[in-house]
Write a new protein. Structure first.
Length: 117
């Protein structure tokens, strides 16, 4: 296991897919990062040298991406703000109902599961 930016990443995964396990980095963004660093699409995490790992971390930090706990905090603050101003979306979120107009007569159970998160 490699430890990148507070995330455990399996060594056997390809770099392009392994970076997408970091919260806030998707597959397209990880592909862009790999292209900027000149990594092959078939290179695995265990094949990277220490210098390449350091370059990878610096590239992610310098790309001004909001990742991990910073992104989670921003999302939580946005939800809290909606609840605070008593917006419709905030009230639905607080009650545990679907926020974006989904049907609740038969399919509202999933949203109630995530109410306590």
């Amino acid at each position: 296991m490699a430890y990148f930016l507070n995330t455990n990443i399996p060594n056997k995964q390809k770099v392009k897919f392994a970076l997408s396990q970091i919260y806030g980095i998707g597959r397209i963004q990880s592909q862009i990062i790999c292209q900027n660093l000149g990594f092959s699409e078939n290179i695995h995490i265990f094949e990277l040298t220490e210098i390449q790992k350091i370059k990878l971390i610096r590239q992610i930090e310098n790309s001004k991406l909001v990742i991990n706990s910073d992104l989670k905090r921003i999302i939580k603050n946005c939800k809290g703000h909606l609840i605070e101003i008593r917006a419709y979306r905030g009230l639905r979120s607080k009650l545990g109902f679907p926020i974006r107009g989904q049907r609740t007569h038969t399919n509202g159970q999933t949203a109630k599961k995530f109410k306590n998160l």
